[in-house]
Write a protein that binds this ligand. Structure first.
Ligand SMILES: Cc1cc2nc3c(=O)[nH]c(=O)nc-3n(C[C@H](O)[C@H](O)[C@H](O)COP(=O)(O)O)c2cc1C
Length: 386
């Protein structure tokens, strides 16, 4: 990581200086947990950006439930079990990963740091974390791949896809991701529209001019002018070309990459995903940002794992803030976890250094939790739940 750490001569609080920050800066003192990163990031970000990053849908019931559910699950340690030679390695889609932590796809990372997804990619690669790059990334997907792929310690590189109303544009995105070296597609299926993001709207969040979805420059803007009187802007406008299960089959037919489905919560959809040839499932409620009052993912995960019966890997995200949360997810049958907002907090606090620190903290805490519960490997995780 030392190669990522450069001199930090800027004042991160000043909006002008924020635009000229180095890709990796010194870590502020006293940050020893993901919660510390969150609190520090809050002091640095404009309130509207904070609302966009940290807010959820409507009353934020699901947002709160996600974190609480992991905390509420109790661990029951086993003692005096042999621990020598222990490790955090897992198998995922035919690869051995150093640990089961991936960076979740998150839009517009340029809001956290001018180097955005590049800084995240450098840090994730150096720390052996998988990286899922959003369709709405603020940097070109080819350039992010270039920041990530050369690192020998890297994990898997996946591209998160929102199927676009224009299937030709969707096809182009897929071809670009394939050509750039992405190893799987993550089709997000739980957000045909945005949720009611009240906190964001109260704060008046709008994307600033210097941040945009760099990979969607040719996207046509849906226009209400085409609607007939009495038609719904949602159902007859935005959703007229919303993806369906048929599009999963279509997507599989146009790519040689494995396709994972992100945003599965209902067990019946998990079964359908396997039937449609999904290579994996990400049990996710979008971090509580889409539909409020969906159960916490810690509660959804066991049901999804049960119906999938090991046919494909099941990953999970939402509210994972501690190594113990990762261990509990693995104990409930997850193959790996994705982490969202804490990455943005680390990125805000110190660029690549901050993201690396967040991943390092989580992995160190996971190792500690394994040792203290008597798990030599993550295959033992199921022994640890109370
Ligand atoms: C600011 C922000 C932007 C996001 N953008 C996307 C996105 O572009 N595509 C997507 O599939 N999920 C997106 N997500 C959801 C994350 O991938 C992930 O499901 C969620 O953040 C996990 O919860 P956590 O933040 O509590 O870890 C976004 C989340 C946040 C916080």
């Amino acid at each position: 990581m030392t190669a990522l750490i450069g001199p930090d001569t800027t004042d991160p609080r000043s909006a002008a200086d924020r635009q000229h920050r180095p890709i990796a800066s010194a870590l502020p003192q006293g940050l020893v947990s993901l919660l510390d990163h969150e609190q520090h990031a809050h002091t640095l970000l404009p309130e509207a950006v904070w609302a966009y990053f940290n807010g959820g849908a409507a009353d934020e019931t699901t947002l709160r439930a996600n974190a609480q559910a992991w905390q509420t699950l109790e661990l029951l340690p086993r003692v005096l079990r042999p621990l020598a030679g222990g490790h955090t390695r897992v198998q995922l889609l035919g690869r051995t990963l150093a640990h089961p932590i991936l960076v979740a796809p998150m839009a517009h990372q340029g809001l956290a740091h001018p180097h955005g997804e590049h800084a995240t990619a450098l840090a994730a690669a150096a720390l052996g974390a998988g990286l899922v790059v959003s369709t709405q990334a603020s940097k070109r997907l080819e350039d992010v791949a270039h920041s990530y792929l050369p690192d020998a310690d890297r994990g898997p590189l996946w591209f998160q896809l929102y199927i676009q109303p224009d299937r030709g544009l969707t096809c182009e995105l897929v071809q670009r991701a394939e050509a750039a070296g992405y190893e799987a597609l993550v089709l997000t299926v739980d957000a045909p529209v945005q949720g009611a993001r009240d906190r964001e709207r109260r704060a008046g969040f709008v994307l600033p001019a210097q941040v945009s979805a760099a990979n969607l420059t040719s996207m046509p803007v849906p226009t209400q002018a085409l609607l007939q009187p009495g038609q719904s802007a949602l159902f007859d406008g935005l959703l007229a070309h919303a993806p369906t299960w048929d599009d999963v089959a279509w997507l599989r037919s146009i790519t040689h990459l494995p396709v994972l489905l992100k945003g599965i919560t209902h067990p019946a959809d998990a079964v359908e995903a396997v039937r449609c040839g999904a290579a994996g499932i990400i049990a996710s409620n979008h971090g509580g940002r889409t539909l409020d009052t969906i159960p916490a993912t810690a509660r959804l995960l066991p049901r999804v794992v049960q119906v999938v019966q090991g046919d494909v890997p099941v990953l999970v995200d939402g509210g994972i803030r501690r190594g113990t949360d990762v261990l509990k997810a693995m104990a409930l049958g997850a193959s790996a976890v994705l982490v969202g907002r804490p990455i943005l907090h680390g990125l805000t606090n110190a660029g690549a250094t901050g993201v690396a620190h967040v991943i390092r903290l989580l992995r160190d805490e996971l190792e500690m939790a394994m040792a203290l519960t008597g798990c030599r490997t993550l295959a033992d995780a199921h022994l640890t739940l109370a």
